[in-house]
Design a protein around this ligand. Structure first.
Ligand SMILES: [Zn+2]
Ligand SMILES: [Zn+2]
Length: 459
């Protein structure tokens, strides 16, 4: 999986797929065009290390850096990419950075988590708001630290020059704000990268903008996500607006507490439940982590979010902890908005409580009255024997809480993906971020090439 510089064919661009193949997530795609060498995303796949580690048998990353990952071929042995710290004691020697940049399409773990291994001298480009969200994430989650980097922030309309290439980020709609598709204007023709995107979200027009720009570029190659490309579509085709309407109906019929779980950085979903609270005359109680995230976005000109500390329909939940981190103490200083388990117990019919699955123990302190409703506002379990989901059900049944499912996917449907590929009309399309890349074949007009891990293509 070594990048062999002597293989570079004069005048053509090369794309190497170090991640994003063979499943959903973990995108890590090297583009070599003209004199430029840079990565599109640097994520960790959801199944990373599953073949070798389970339960108490875990990688020794905190002690031995990349040693285990390199030995087990979980990380490609690329020269001039990793920091001296993570290479210490491994089979790979640290060398001067050999890459010009890393572009991050959006703030999801499966697109940026391996930044934590990268040499601090390699410039990292991401959206302005992506960086704000990343900072909040690192501040509020122990163990989340992507390391020091030479960060650069972009927005739609900017062009980032890297050697002979111009990289044009164009906003797209996804289940996190500040998601981008990237158009690489390379000397031998454009390469289009979708990142993750959807066409049924509140900002669908942004994805349309990306498709229009991508089409205009007349690309030689397109790297396209296919999360929902599958023989049988298991996810419901719900829009964010339908989640809003469904949640309003559910909350209206609730006589006691309403609890909701969603992905922490899904800002659209946070806004949706704020709207539900307004429409039903309740208050929306968010975790401190979510409060910190929204607070960091309140003065962002591109995003409208309710201020958790001054909006009459919002409160912030203080968990039962013995010690608080500095950032939590700062949040608690705005004490009018802070409520605890006792408050929630006493005001059940007035509240919608955001509660992450990992904090379900709080239900013991809150003691919801029987007849309370739990809204699972995230993906349905991928399999019927999903342990986390079974445990969730056990908690809800124990406390006699009814369960409701309401979620809108962050990804285009299969048909939308195929239409988008046909509309952009590249010479060749590389499916990534999908379990069923072969399904692209015969369903789109351009030639389809299915990459395997570490495979290099010339375009
Ligand atoms: Zn993804
Ligand atoms: Zn994503």
């Amino acid at each position: 999986m070594h990048v062999k510089e002597d293989e570079v064919l004069a005048g053509l661009s090369e794309i190497t797929f170090f991640g994003g193949t063979g499943g959903i997530g973990g995108n890590k795609i090297l583009v070599e065009a003209g004199d430029a060498r840079f990565f599109l995303d640097h994520g960790q796949s959801f199944s990373f290390g599953n073949r070798f580690f389970t339960g108490w048998l875990s990688p020794r990353e905190s002690r031995t850096g990349l040693k285990d990952y390199l030995a087990l071929n979980l990380i490609p042995p690329v020269q001039g990419l990793y920091s001296a710290r993570v290479l210490e004691g491994t089979c790979l020697e640290h060398g001067a950075p050999a890459f010009d940049a890393i572009f991050i399409s959006h703030v999801h773990y499966d697109h940026l988590a391996h930044l934590r291994f990268v040499d601090a001298d390699i410039p990292v480009h991401m959206g302005i708001t992506t960086k704000r969200m990343l900072d909040s994430w690192e501040c509020t989650s122990s163990g989340v630290n992507f390391g020091p980097h030479d960060y650069h922030a972009f927005k739609t309309g900017n062009i980032v020059h890297v050697g002979d290439c111009d990289i044009e980020p164009v906003h797209v709609d996804h289940s996190t704000p500040a998601a981008y598709g990237l158009i690489v204007h390379a000397p031998e023709g454009a390469i289009v990268y979708t990142g993750d995107l959807r066409l049924h979200g509140p900002m669908a027009h942004m994805t349309r903008d990306f498709i229009d720009k991508a089409k205009e570029a007349e690309p030689v190659a397109m790297i396209c996500e296919g999360t929902r490309v599958a023989p049988v579509e298991t996810r419901k085709d719900t829009s964010e607006h339908q989640v809003l309407a469904g949640a309003i109906n559910t909350v209206k019929r609730a006589r006691e507490l309403v609890i909701v779980s969603f992905y922490n950085r899904d800002v659209d979903r946070i806004k949706t439940y704020h709207q539900v609270a307004v429409a039903t005359g309740r208050q929306f109680v968010v975790s401190m982590k979510v409060a910190h995230l929204i607070k960091s976005l309140v003065d962002d000109p591109g995003i409208i979010v309710p201020d958790p500390f001054s909006d009459p329909h919002m409160l912030v939940y203080k968990r039962t902890l013995k010690r608080f981190f500095k950032w939590q103490k700062e949040i608690m200083s705005s004490d009018e908005a802070i409520v605890d388990a006792n408050y929630i117990h006493e005001h059940q019919e007035e509240l919608i409580l955001h509660l992450d699955f990992t904090h379900f123990n709080e239900i013991i302190d809150i003691q919801p009255n029987p007849g309370s409703i739990y809204i699972n506002s995230m993906s349905e379990p991928f399999s019927e024997d999903d342990i986390e989901d079974l445990v969730k059900d056990n908690w809800l049944q124990h406390f006699q809480v009814e369960r409701v499912q309401l979620h809108a996917s962050g990804h285009c449907s299969m048909d939308e993906i195929f239409s988008m590929v046909n509309e952009i009309n590249p010479n060749v399309v590389f499916p990534v971020h999908t379990e069923h890349p072969m399904l692209f074949m015969g369903n789109v007009t351009p030639e389809v090439k299915v990459p395997t891990a570490g495979e290099k293509f010339t375009v």
